[in-house]
Structures are given as structure tokens and as C-alpha cells.
Design a binder for this molecule. Structure first.
Ligand SMILES: *Cc1c(COP(=O)(O)O)cnc(C)c1O
Length: 380
């Protein structure tokens, strides 16, 4: 069997060991430590935010952001529907009610049209959401100006789920830096990884200080162990932060490699009728975390699932587009606002979409083998 070609596997720079060794030599294995402080500062500098708090996962960072915004049992929180379940799980941790918002065609992300409708209805019933979680899917920024204007109009804060879009830009600003809070993930398949980890960013440094307090069991300032609020064990270890520092050094290289992968797919397959690559909105720059496309069932003979099976038989890993959260059994009964009366955009993207092998460490030769399989299947 030939070597497996992964969707997106960890891609080390070689410098990680240096930071890990530093931690070992000083026996600073835990808790927290110099790598954590430096990683936070370096990421805040990179994202041009006032500060950052390193967490054990991106999910933890979302949970902390919701907590900082005072989300409680019975509150509602709006969230993009077309995303990984981790975007919305923390809403449930807090006993709040998720309301899902559809995508629009130009970014595949939250539809300002659907959001407007959801806000108008919420206002009419006298219960606005406590927060809106906007996801930047596969590296593509949502229409942040439009979405922020709507949310600001109702005084509702925005959490930008930039787990997949570190290194991307929106009108010259770093993706994840536009909302009141931004979150990143360093899970194994993300554009850079610490094997597991996340980051909360904000321009509100007091809120970030509170997030660090909440993330270390909310221990009060007292000589004994005293606690007056619920806390979490959500901080990143000093070893993993070392991995993150080395990974951040090569982030821009990784973005370039991902974009090159995307460009090679487009060059080879872009001319096939019924094949549509994920768009890049004017004024935005995507890290192209995963090369994603849709197959028009009226034109292309093969379905995404059949294509995935063919690739799997060649030991090549492809995946469907995220299943919209409003279709998940977990969220049965939650409200959902479609883009407009006729079309539910996220459902179409789910039915027709496929994510191709997109590793920044995939060789050109490996990609050519993937492309050969795709060409023979899509041209039938
Ligand atoms: C990966 C991911 C997360 C969660 O990050 P973890 O670090 O795995 O907890 C959240 N949202 C989106 C959109 C993701 O892709």
C-alpha cells in the first residue's frame, strides 16, 4: 500500500524541540511558564490584538468567551450553522439555547440576511441573544463588516470562531481580531498545531485577565484555597506552548503552502463543468486551510461520497463539508434561520461539498496522484 495522503496532518518546523528542551532544562514542565507567556505575546502581536490567553483547546476558549459575556441558563446565543460542533457545544455547557444562522453563497459563512431576520424576531419577542458566534470556515472570513454592523445595531457582542482561519485576512485585518473576542485552535489538523490547544484574543485586557482566572479554577486572592465562582482547568501547558511558538514562526509559510495546494487543484480541475471551488470574497485573503469544492449533481456524474470512497481506496483522505448543526440530532428543536425563503445554503453546501487532501506537507508528486484520480472520476 502506498503512503497515506492525509486531509491535513501535523507539520512540524523542526524548531519545536528547541523550546521543549528549554522547558525541560529549567524543569518548567508545569504550571504555565515562560513559553505560555511568550506564546500569548507572540500571537497577540501576530493578530494585532491587545492580548491573548492560551487555553487547552479552542473549545475551551469559546466556553470562556461565552462565560465572560455573561451567558447563563435560558439565554440564547446565535451561531453559524455550517461548522464543526465545537463552535456550539459551549453554548450547551452553559445551559443556554443555540439559534442557528444559515450561510450565504459568497463566503459559505453566516448570512447577514438571515442574521437580520433572526435579530428582528428576537427584538420583537423582547429577547435578544447574549452573543453571536461567527465562524470563518476553512480559512475564509465571514462578511464581518455587515455582521458587525447588524450586531452593533442591537448591542450584541460577537465572538469570532477563527479556529480554522489563523493567518487569514479580512480587509487587511487579521481574521479573528474583528469581534469582541476571537478564538483559535491548535488541534492536530489545524494550520498550526500544539497537538492540542487554543487561544482567546481580545482588545479587552481586563477580560483576558479574568479568563486566565476562570481557566485556573477561579482561585481567589487569599493565602488559603478560596473560591467564590465556578472555575475551569483550561490553561495550556508550558511544553505545548513551546510547540506553538515554533509553529507560529512558520505560520505564513504554511499559509503559502496551503494556498499553493489550492491553486494546483484549481489549475487542474477548475475547468471541469459543475465543479465549483470555495470562493474567496474580494478584500479577503484565505489561508485555504482545506481545499473545498462542490459538485453540481445536475452536471457531475459522481457524488461527493462516491468520490470519497474512490479516494479512500487509493489511501487518500477526503471529507464531507461539515454537516450543518441545525440538522444534528444533538440540536433537534433549536431554531434555525435560512438565508431566504427559497434556499437553505448550508444544506446545499453539505450535500454537494467535499474537502480534498490539503496538507501543507503534501508533496507536489502526492498531489499530482490525487489530481489524477480526481480527473479520471470527474471527467466521466
Ligand atoms: C477545530 C475547531 C474548533 C475547536 O477547536 P479544538 O481546539 O479542537 O477544541 C472550533 N471551531 C471550529 C470551526 C473548528 O474547526
Amino acid at each position: 500500500m502506498t503512503k497515506r495522503i492525509f486531509l491535513s496532518s501535523p507539520h512540524m518546523s523542526g524548531n519545536e524541540q528547541k523550546y521543549i528542551n528549554e522547558a525541560f532544562e529549567t524543569n518548567w514542565i508545569a504550571p504555565l511558564g515562560p513559553n505560555v507567556n511568550a506564546f500569548e505575546e507572540e500571537l497577540a502581536t501576530y493578530t494585532e490584538t491587545q492580548g491573548a490567553a492560551a487555553t487547552s483547546s479552542g473549545t475551551a476558549a469559546i466556553h470562556l468567551a461565552l462565560e465572560l459575556l455573561g451567558v447563563e441558563r435560558g439565554d440564547s446565543v446565535f451561531c453559524s450553522s455550517l461548522t464543526f460542533v465545537a463552535s456550539a457545544n459551549p453554548i450547551l455547557y452553559l445551559g443556554a439555547d443555540p439559534v442557528f444562522i444559515d450561510s450565504e453563497e459568497e463566503t459559505w459563512n453566516m448570512s447577514p440576511v438571515a442574521l437580520t431576520r433572526a435579530m428582528e424576531e428576537a427584538k420583537a419577542t423582547g429577547k435578544l441573544p447574549k452573543a453571536v458566534i461567527v465562524v470563518n470556515l476553512y480559512g475564509q472570513s465571514a462578511k464581518m463588516d455587515e455582521l458587525m454592523t447588524i450586531c452593533d445595531g442591537y448591542g450584541v457582542p460577537v465572538i469570532e470562531d477563527a479556529a480554522e482561519s489563523l493567518g487569514s485576512l479580512y480587509k487587511g485585518k487579521k481574521s479573528g481580531s474583528l469581534g469582541h473576542y476571537g478564538i483559535y485552535s491548535f488541534n492536530g489538523n489545524k494550520i498550526i498545531t500544539t497537538s492540542g490547544g487554543g487561544m482567546l484574543v481580545s482588545n479587552d485586557v481586563d477580560a483576558l485577565a479574568r479568563s486566565r482566572f476562570l481557566a485556573t479554577q477561579a482561585r481567589d486572592a487569599a493565602p488559603h484555597y478560596q473560591h467564590s465562582t465556578v472555575g475551569y482547568n483550561y490553561r495550556m501547558s508550558n511544553i505545548l506552548a513551546g510547540v506553538g511558538r515554533a509553529q507560529l514562526e512558520v505560520l505564513d509559510e504554511r499559509v503559502k503552502a496551503k494556498r499553493d495546494v489550492f491553486d494546483r487543484y484549481v489549475e487542474a480541475l477548475g475547468g471541469i463543468e459543475g465543479v465549483h471551488f470555495m470562493p474567496e470574497l474580494e478584500g479577503t485573503f484565505s489561508n485555504r486551510w482545506l481545499t473545498t469544492l462542490t459538485l453540481d449533481p445536475n452536471i457531475v456524474k459522481i457524488t461527493p461520497y462516491e468520490l470519497m470512497d474512490v479516494l479512500e481506496a487509493e489511501n487518500m483522505e477526503a471529507r464531507p463539508v461539515w454537516k450543518p448543526l441545525h440538522l444534528q440530532p444533538l440540536f433537534e428543536g433549536c431554531r434555525f434561520y435560512g438565508h431566504d425563503e427559497e434556499s437553505v445554503v448550508s444544506e446545499r453546501l453539505f450535500e454537494q461539498g467535499i474537502c480534498l487532501p490539503s496538507g501543507s506537507n503534501m508533496t507536489v508528486e502526492e498531489q499530482e496522484r490525487v489530481i489524477a484520480v480526481l480527473l479520471s472520476e470527474l471527467n466521466r
